[in-house]
Design a protein around this ligand. Structure first.
Ligand SMILES: Nc1nc2c(ncn2[C@@H]2O[C@H](COP(=O)(O)OP(=O)(O)OP(=O)(O)O)[C@@H](O)[C@H]2O)c(=O)[nH]1
Ligand SMILES: [Mg+2]
Length: 548
């Protein structure tokens, strides 16, 4: 860069102003082309399969892997964890970034199982919109309903993909009705399925008045060719079969006469969800869905903070940590903090402030993700999900920023409901300790040490399946053999005032400390907690750990 020191002050100012204008224009351009969305649903509806196929159709992968891949076949990109591949379920959310038609797409595949829902909730907060997957045989299921409610609370626009039409499915009219009644949102079909199971023939694009016929491609590893024709095409009618065609025409007439019609503004306002039908596994209906994501999904939105609403175009950098994951890359074995960029431009080596700690730090290495794989980056913009290597500097919920202080709203923390005693079965104490500490940092569990008796740590988790995740990850990532046996507690309460003397609870309850030596009561039951509260009204008990 040439020195500007000889320039006249006025010239300097003009140059500076020019720079500001082009920086602002660049920020605006980059924000406008970003789409950050999370895929949600009840377990098994096909989120990971749909994710994999969207990557395939976007050209981000050449060959689609499967959730339950046979030994020699590739696994789905977003289920990269060993235990995920063994069990064929998603356990942790995965971020994938790819380019599509000039857009920068950031997709978050989330686990559907309720035991992992804390992770899913946080992923929703990092997104600007949502893809909701429905199993065509089951309609709206429990966990989908809950996640839908959270999405609605955060005003996230929702696109719906009704999946598994290659299998026996409910009548599409019934499915649309189920969406509208169970969720209380208008559901506007964008396309309409023709048949299901072995008589599934494709979908009819209502807006474009085109019939999309699909050839079933073996196992759906490659993109399937799409054949487009008009409804009046005799060849199409023949291919579908007279009976199936008549049934399809009838239900199409009903939905067109009585159904909600698609309206992009209503979708953006969260008042309607456009509905697409297809089958992720066998590659039916993916092109129109991907196209809708490109055309309809909103760019990065403004976000509430303690100092007012933050626009993505705000020139100071801001973002928040919504996830921490250790050992993603077996070669590096480091801990990565996932940051959703909310405003401004991130540049490598920039100095960031952490609103919790107040100590500046330099972001010397940043990554973007594609499942387990990562790539170093030098700049990032709002909407991006970046990874910062975390040597213990970050906690979930931290706001990172440059410029004037700000803090985004706290992320939800779910209280632990299951407690177990972790027993080390070998002598790798240090690895055991590191493992527990790092998994706690991820938010996978809470760690307690009971004051009296055995020094074995107690872990508290939201869902019992997390016990399996803890022992499996201790083994595969830390080389530690441990087992967890149930401990007789069901609630943890921190003391609001740590210096205040407080009576020890009786019964099955115990006095413990968390990692930061804060006092915690572990109660055997809700009843024991209430009993304690009744008899010690002066003691403040908190269901969440007080902020460090
Ligand atoms: N027949 C059929 N099976 C499908 C389809 N999509 C997914 N599956 C199967 O359904 C099962 C669950 O699929 P996943 O993609 O893992 O579902 P998920 O929603 O990611 O599940 P979790 O992440 O564990 O909540 C797998 O065996 C898939 O192969 C489909 O379109 N048709
Ligand atoms: Mg999954």
């Amino acid at each position: 860069m040439s020195s500007l020191s000889d320039s006249e002050p006025a010239e300097l100012q003009a140059l500076q102003a020019q720079g500001d204008v082009s920086a602002a224009a660049e920020l605006e351009r980059e924000v406008a082309r970003r789409r950050t969305f999370a895929i949600i649903s009840h377990p098994d509806a096909g989120k990971t399969t749909l994710t994999e196929k969207l990557l395939l159709y976007a050209g981000a992968i050449e060959l689609a892997g499967a959730v339950r891949g046979r030994k020699d076949r590739r696994h789905a990109t977003s289920d990269w964890m060993e235990l995920e591949q063994q069990r064929g379920i998603s356990i942790t959310s995965a971020a994938l970034e790819f380019e599509l038609q000039g857009r920068r797409m950031s997709l978050i595949d989330t686990p559907g199982h309720k035991d992992f829902s804390e992770d899913t909730y946080r992923a929703l907060i990092a997104a600007d919109s949502v893809v909701m997957v429905i199993d065509a045989a089951n309609g709206v299921e429990d966990q989908t309903r809950k996640l839908f409610e959270v999405s609605r609370r955060h005003r996230l626009p929702i696109l719906t993909f009704v999946n598994k039409f290659d299998r026996p499915s409910r009548d599409p009219l019934e499915l649309v009705d189920d969406l509208e009644r169970t969720l209380g949102i208008a559901a506007a079909p964008v396309n309409w399925p023709i048949g299901s199971a072995e008589r599934f023939r494709g979908v009819y694009d209502i807006g474009r008045k085109a019939l999309l016929r699909y050839e079933r491609e073996a196992q759906g590893q490659y993109r399937a060719p799409v054949d487009i024709s008009s409804l009046d095409d005799p060849a199409a009618r023949e291919m579908i079969g007279a009976e199936e065609f008549a049934r399809f025409r009838e239900s199409l007439d009903v939905i067109q006469a009585a159904g909600t019609s698609f309206d992009a503004a209503e979708y953006r306002a969260g008042r309607q969800t456009p509905v697409f039908f297809g089958s992720a596994l066998t590659n039916f209906g993916l092109e129109p869905f991907l196209q809708a994501l490109v055309e309809l999904a909103p760019p990065p939105q403004e976000r509430p903070s303690d100092s007012g609403t933050i626009s993505p175009l705000d020139d100071r950098f801001s973002g928040f940590v919504f996830k921490i994951q250790a050992n993603m890359d077996p070669r590096h074995r480091d801990r990565v903090a996932f940051v959703r960029v909310c405003s401004g431009r991130f540049t490598k080596d920039m100095t960031l402030l952490n609103s919790r700690v107040g100590k500046p730090l330099r972001a010397s290495r940043a990554y973007r993700f594609f499942g387990r794989d990562r790539e170093t980056i030098n700049v990032a913009y709002p909407g991006d999900i970046i990874g910062l290597v975390n040597p213990g500097h970050f906690a979930i919920g931290d706001t990172l920023h440059s410029g004037a202080p700000l803090r985004f709203l706290d992320l939800p923390r779910f209280p632990a409901e299951h407690f177990g005693r972790v027993r080390l079965k070998d002598v790798r104490y240090k690895q055991f300790d590191d493992g527990l500490r790092q998994l706690e940092e991820e938010g996978l569990m809470q760690l307690f040490y009971v004051a009296a008796g055995r020094r074995e740590p107690i872990v508290g988790v939201v869902g019992a399946l997390q016990f399996d995740v803890i022992t499996s990850r201790l083994r595969s990532e830390y080389g530690v053999d441990a087992e967890i046996e149930p401990a007789g507690y069901s609630l943890a309460r921190w003391l609001g005032n740590p210096d205040q003397p407080a009576a020890t609870p009786g019964g099955q309850s115990a006095v413990a400390a968390d990692r930061l030596e804060r006092r915690v009561f572990l109660f055997g039951s809700e009843w024991e907690l209430q009993y304690y509260e009744r008899h010690h009204p002066g003691v403040t008990l908190l269901s969440e750990s007080p902020v460090a």
